[in-house]
Design a protein around this ligand. Structure first.
Ligand SMILES: NC(=O)c1ccc[n+]([C@@H]2O[C@H](COP(=O)([O-])OP(=O)(O)OC[C@H]3O[C@@H](n4cnc5c(N)ncnc54)[C@H](O)[C@@H]3O)[C@@H](O)[C@H]2O)c1
Length: 258
């Protein structure tokens, strides 16, 4: 192993792109990577919200810039990667934190909403992986971290026909890309969390009955908090996971264990 065993989680000098970097999980993941030494390009659709994350990272002494991009728009993603390389010269880590959720009973699911979930969660993730991998291939190294969900593991009565299925696709995309890009020394893994208290899940957690269904399925008896994402993110971004690829890591308080 090329790295000192005592430095397995060191990200000093690494450059990361975090999509959805103004979102709850994206921001926590960006700050976590910065804490371990990485410089961060924070990306999302709205500059003002991204700038908050940039400010917090800069205050930690890391370099950080915001670049707006809609991950479903190929031109935006190409521009994001180009500007990142212009600013930092390389890309070591990609975190695909952008995503949306829509819930309806399956028999009434509006098809345009179904399409939208797949556009954002599957196509958006793929476009970012594809464009960043071109740079990582040239470098001969890179770490890609997709964000899946426990909803990719099993069904749920709460109306997840699009969301759960899209995250199932993210899991298989992760495995597929890991097999194709191992030869370029690009690791592709996914983190699949259980429910967090974020704007994305507000609707669920405000529904007492649904909230109780969720909590009753989590052996550790609580929803996740955003800091729960940091350990697995740093792990997959760092040399500690150099021989690990194509894996889905459930950060779920035991939810998928039984
Ligand atoms: N909150 C949870 O309980 C939970 C559980 C499991 C998985 N996840 C996943 O974690 C990820 C982040 O979720 P969150 O809870 O932080 O949600 P969030 O709504 O707080 O953040 C999502 C971010 O993605 C951005 N985004 C959405 N579409 C985009 C696009 N087309 N281009 C660029 N940016 C876009 C949003 O603007 C937002 O900043 C999602 O993939 C979600 O599916 C969340």
């Amino acid at each position: 192993m090329a790295v000192e065993l005592s430095n397995l989680f060191d990200l000093t000098g690494k450059v990361a792109i975090v999509t959805g970097g103004a979102g709850s999980l994206g921001k926590a993941m960006a700050l976590g990577l910065a804490k371990y030494g990485a410089d961060i390009v924070v990306t999302g659709r709205t500059l003002t919200t991204l700038e908050e994350t940039v400010k917090e990272i800069s205050e930690m002494g890391r370099n950080s810039i915001a670049i707006t991009a809609d991950v479903t728009n190929q031109k935006d993603v190409v521009n994001l990667v180009k500007k990142t390389v212009e600013a930092f010269g390389r890309i070591d880590i990609l975190v695909n934190g952008a995503g949306i959720a829509r819930r309806y009973p399956a028999e009434e699911f509006p098809i345009e909403e179904f399409d939208k979930v797949f556009q954002f969660n599957v196509k958006g993730t793929f476009l970012c992986c594809q464009e960043v991998a071109k740079v990582m291939k040239e470098q001969g190294s890179g770490k890609i971290i997709n964000v899946s969900s426990v909803r990719a593991f099993s069904g749920h009565p709460g109306g997840y026909a699009a969301y759960g299925t899209s995250k199932g696709a993210v899991n298989l995309l992760t495995k597929q890309l890991s097999t194709e890009w191992a030869k370029y020394k690009i690791n592709v893994n996914a983190i699949a969390p259980t429910i967090f208290w974020t704007p994305l899940t507000q609707e669920v957690l405000e529904d007492e009955k649904l909230k109780n269904i969720f909590l009753s399925r989590i052996p550790m008896g609580r929803a996740a908090v955003t800091d729960d994402m940091v350990g697995s993110t740093v792990f997959f971004a760092s040399p500690a996971s150099d021989f690990i690829t194509g894996q889905i890591l459930y950060v779920d308080g035991g939810c998928t264990a039984g």
